[in-house]
Ligand binder design. Structure first.
Ligand code: ADP
Length: 461
């Protein structure tokens, strides 16, 4: 690969909301000029107010604004931008976008298009990971897709199994099959769903783990073959496969398991020539076995909990790697201090099946002093301020409340106080639901697995 490191002094953030604000904060600290982009619905949004310069992309519909490759590249060219940070979602894992940037001579703050492609297809990714010696959930991810063969593979794996669309994502095209009798109907249904959502009906089959934890490893690679892991996050608390509260480090990890998962994650990244920030997701079984699930080739929503326990700024790492610098430190220079939680504050109504909420946010404030909390204990990554309007056009996440404590109990107590100190008026949020979760005895006792919310419905709703 020929690569000429280019320093840049202007960064365009091709995103909105809290992540656009968060990326620009570090960019400013590093002396970079910041450019925001916006749709008509966001003309006066916080990320626009905070940028040095802002460019309109198009109408409110994401397809015509934040998802428009042409509009984003044009905005970059118009402002003399040297690099683009994609945030998460939108164009962050779009190989076409990355290739278009290469041609336009603009630096993409993220991995090469080839690495995104390698992880984009679940079956192909699993084949690559098997090669690299990364443990996989027992299962079938082959090319032969005949009904009879899939059925016999499922029988061999043993029920329950999970059918997954190879091209799937976002929790779609997945089905649990309890026994052989239900297999054909589930296969037909899953294929239909997958064809409709992804235009592709190839399936893979996995052993269905009954009570796994979702534990993911933060990795970082530079352009010179160096790779490190910044430990793990436990994201087991999910509602419909969507994360609600995340924490780092994962409770109950031994030094050996942490090193084994970290090494496997770095191997996974290096196998595909990865560069930048990435996350390797694993399912962790009760017996301590862990299995590769997928790799997210972007900065994750929950990256702040890793920053809190390592004292590193992951966006600064991303920008330095994009400028062609080597990783800022070696594996043995990274350590874990204390414990961190993140709670996602959504404009949604838990009383109405989590229906997204909109309106004028008359107040959005966190009274740390009143709660007796210090600025070193609590961080609010927000895309909004009092007086902003929450529209229906995009993801309803308003902010992330992140806390740090000397250990898990201390951090959890701080999370509860910080949630209570958050004053939101004018728009319904999930705050009360988060408080019930954070106060739940099962959560305090680390009874964690991906069905925690489902299992505790009676006491959480
Ligand atoms: P997507 O790409 O659609 O997000 P994933 O493969 O990442 O799908 O799986 C999403 C979630 O589904 C996981 O976090 C986990 O809760 C559950 N899951 C996936 N595979 C299995 C499995 N083999 N056994 C049990 N649960 C699983």
């Amino acid at each position: 690969m020929t690569f000429t490191p280019t320093k840049f002094d202007t960064l365009l953030v091709a995103n909105r909301g809290e992540i656009a604000c968060r990326v620009m904060r570090t960019a400013r600290r590093m002396g970079l000029k910041t450019v925001a982009v916006y749709s008509d619905a966001d003309a006066t949004a916080r990320h626009v107010r905070e940028a040095d310069e802002a460019v309109r992309l198009g109408p409110a519909a994401a397809r015509e604004s934040y998802l428009s490759v042409d509009a984003v590249i044009e905005a970059a060219q118009r402002t003399g931008t040297g690099a683009i940070h994609p945030g998460y979602g939108f164009l962050s894992e779009n190989g076409t976008f990355v290739k278009a940037l290469e041609q336009a001579g603009i630096t993409f703050v993220g991995p090469p298009a080839s690495a995104i492609a390698a992880m984009g297809d679940k079956s192909a990714a699993k084949a690559r990971m098997a090669n690299a010696g990364v443990p996989l959930v027992p299962g079938y991810h082959g090319d032969d897709q005949g009904d009879a063969l899939l059925r016999s593979e499922a029988d061999k794996i043993g029920y329950p199994v999970m059918l997954k669309a190879s091209a799937g994502g976002g929790g779609k095209g997945m089905r649990v099959v309890e026994s052989g009798e239900g297999f054909q109907a589930a296969l037909d249904g899953c294929r239909r769903e997958s064809k409709a959502a992804f235009g592709d009906d190839r399936m893979l089959i996995e052993k269905y783990l009954v009570q796994p934890r979702h534990v993911e490893v933060q990795v970082f690679c530079d352009r010179y073959g160096n790779g490190v892991y910044l430990f793990e996050r436990d994201c087991s608390v999910q509602r419909r496969h969507q994360k609600v509260i995340e924490e780092a480090p994962a409770p109950g990890m031994t030094t050996e398991l942490r090193a084994a998962m970290g090494d496997a994650a770095v191997r996974a990244a290096q196998e595909i020539g990865y560069v930048g920030a990435g996350t390797v997701e694993f399912l962790l079984d009760a017996d301590g076995s862990f299995y590769f699930m997928e790799m997210n080739t972007r900065l994750q929503v929950e990256h702040p909990v890793t920053e809190m326990i390592t004292g590193q700024d992951l966006v600064e790492w991303q920008l330095r790697v994009a400028m062609g610098e080597p990783l800022p430190c070696r594996q043995d220079e990274l350590t874990i201090t204390g414990h961190s939680f993140e709670a996602r504050i959504y404009a949604e109504d838990p009383e109405q099946d989590f229906l997204p909420a909109t309106g004028l946010l008359t107040r959005f404030a966190l009274d740390l002093e009143g709660a007796g909390l210090g600025a070193d204990q609590v961080r609010l990554d927000s895309g909004v301020e009092s007086g902003d309007t929450v529209s229906m056009h995009y993801d309803p996440m308003l902010a992330k409340l992140i806390v740090h404590g000397v250990d898990r109990d201390a951090a959890l107590a701080t999370l509860n106080r910080a949630l209570a100190a958050l004053d939101v008026q004018g728009v319904v949020t999930n705050r009360a639901f988060l408080q019930r979760l954070a106060n739940h005895p099962g959560f305090k006792n680390v009874e964690l697995d991906t069905r925690f919310i489902e299992r505790n419905e009676a006491t959480l709703f």
